[in-house]
Design a protein. Sequence first.
Length: 502
Amino acid sequence: MDIEHEIRTAAGVVRGRWESPVAVFRGIRYAEPPVGARRFAAPVRALRWDGVRDAREFGPRVPQASNAGSVMSSVSGSTDDGSEDCLTLNVWSPDLGAAKLPVMVWIQGGTYLENNTANPHCDGATLAGAGVVVVSMNYRVGVDGFAHITGAPDNRGILDQIAALHWVQDNIAAFGGDPANVTVFGQSAGGAAIAALLVMPRAAGLFRRAISQSMPGTYFTPQLAAAISTTIAAQLGVRATISDLVRLPPRALTDATTAVITKMPEFVDVWGPMALTPTPFSPVVDGDVLPCAPWSAVAGGAARKVDLLVGHTRDEFRLYTSRPGSEPSPARMTAAFDHLGPGADGDRLYRTAYPDATRSQRFELLNTDWLFRMPSLHLADAAHAGGGPVWLYELAWSFNSEQGASHCLDFLLLFGTLSPDEVRAHRSAHPNAANEITRVAQHMRTDWVNFATTGNPGWAPYDPQTRTTRVYQAEPIIQPYPEEISRRIWSAHQFGTLDLAR
């Protein structure tokens, strides 16, 4: 079935089409184009239009650099300077009637550097076919979305996400969704944005449930963010101010960002641990848009009215260490153990805890724990302390021996965009992985949809005594948190806001 369908939104009529078994509307404008005086400003609600706007094609992607080594690079291409209408969203719905279906709003990751909802790995059709309305949105990234710029609000990319959530509240009923039953879910940078949304006053009441997948635990002070943006602007001989940057095309800013990324480890003694991450951007704890890092506010009860599902993959950082030529140098490993561990001697801590691991394996474990696993676990602890319902999971299943259960595998399973044939063709595929993938993906998708529908994914809530965790293997199991060794290493650590090195 491929039948066009028109729906009236608050701003005007859009025309999508049925692509059996779901109706799809792509490229719907939710905010005015961020150009000219609006380029580094908070998003402005989309103005009304006359006539019918076509919604059968994805809107232009936001400005972003070509990055052949990136997770999302399968469709990223080169920087697109023509981003006049990039703040658009997409809707997949199995029922356009008065269905009041649960709504799942996807916030894509990409190291705060990439965001393109046309990525085929984030196609919402399979998930929507399970009985929910799926929404995804483009939001500003890089300098335009996350750099600290004098005279501009911080966290513009997250403000875009909030604008999209307002659009959902105003319009999703016409697409068969229930605005009173909205779940936000996101992975990597999207998962960290979810954690930020939990404690942002401007996001209050816009969603009922949240799923944070593989959140990186990096949130910046304004001072650290300013030092980074000043360095990026200096690549172009300008200041990190609206008046200087607004004159530059997006390509200039993405090129300058790429130049800084290549030498970030050189700044570790000034910028601290964030210099050892893959990106110079993270949400800024500015005291206004984002009042504080999420853990303390969630522990204080800021999100107690939001049902929370949080978790990670088992081998998060292997995505980065398994790439050709990515073997860390001895100097890089030393810097990581000096700056990322929870104590003064990270190398000793990990040698003692993992005596049979090689140094490069300990390097991978340290990065996995510091950047992804422990921030997620500590968010679950914070949610429990704050009195809110929370569930914990880990993805331990993998289809190949090189990457294991690495970063990003979760959303490929959830959206059903990794096929058995692709798994079978991998050079290091596990013998039975092609037969297992459909079942593992179905388990995850069912649990996510159950959570969005009822607020309960199907297993006991997390608490710090039992640490009940859903572990996705070929057949999922429920057990105490499986990464107990790392949990003990990090048990006394307090995640918060990263600042300039002292």
